[in-house]
Design a protein around this ligand. Structure first.
Ligand code: FE2
Length: 219
């Protein structure tokens, strides 16, 4: 069975519409506006998420759990064959947050169930010191089920998301194609002002392999 044949037809149909809506656009603002219009219909399709989660538990075929993701709570729902976008689901246990981070692309995000907290930050340093960043919190919002918020690439979209409630959150995100020339996103430590790279597991393993290979070569 081809992996694509396990993707629910509803997800393929939603994503075909996203691809059509995004195809001719040239600015992130336009892409975000289109997805702010299109994503809520999927976010309100609780029956579909019920079936996806039920089938995942029963059969374990979709989403593909063998695909290693950057965050443990992340599931890949769809990747556009032309790399125009990816659609991901995140499941937030009560009280869990991701680290403060940026993104390499635009994104539109919203909860299917639960009240998602988003805390946004702005850099107040001039970026001249590699590995350091001073941040100030600019605002915090609670995103209601079916509503969306958006992120911009790099320093224009530094944020942290999570679940301040006692209920589990199902969140869906659509991210555009990477627009930064780097193989990671940045994490930010608010206490130490240190930034650090967060790598996808595949990249992390390649880096380890490169280190091991250069060690072998030097012997
Ligand atoms: Fe994020």
């Amino acid at each position: 069975m081809k992996p694509s044949s396990r993707i629910p037809p509803e997800i393929i149909s939603y994503c075909d519409r996203y691809a059509e809506g995004l195809a001719e656009l040239t600015t992130n603002r336009e892409r975000i506006d289109v997805m702010k219009d299109l994503l809520p219909e999927l976010l309100r399709d609780k029956q579909l998420f019920h079936r996806i989660l039920h089938d995942l538990i029963e059969r374990g075929e979709y989403p593909d759990l063998r695909y290693a993701t950057m965050f443990d709570s992340e599931y890949i729902l769809y990747t556009h064959p032309g790399h125009l976008f990816s659609l991901r689901m995140f499941i937030w246990k009560p009280g869990t947050y991701d680290p403060i981070h940026d993104h390499n692309s635009w994104g539109v995000i919203g909860p299917v169930i639960g009240h998602l907290e988003v805390i946004n930050y702005r850099r107040i340093d001039n970026g001249s010191q590699e590995g350091h960043a001073r941040l100030v919190e600019t605002n915090r919002q609670t995103i209601q089920p079916g509503d969306t918020y958006f992120v911009l690439p790099l320093n224009d979209g530094i944020h942290k998301t999570g679940n301040p409630t006692a209920e589990t959150i199902i969140q869906v995100s659509i991210y555009g194609e990477g627009q930064a020339k780097r193989d990671h996103i940045n994490g930010f430590n608010l206490e130490t002002n240190i930034t650090y790279p967060i790598f996808a597991p595949k990249i992390k393993k390649k880096h380890l392999a490169m280190m091991a290979l250069s060690c072998l070569d030097s012997q």
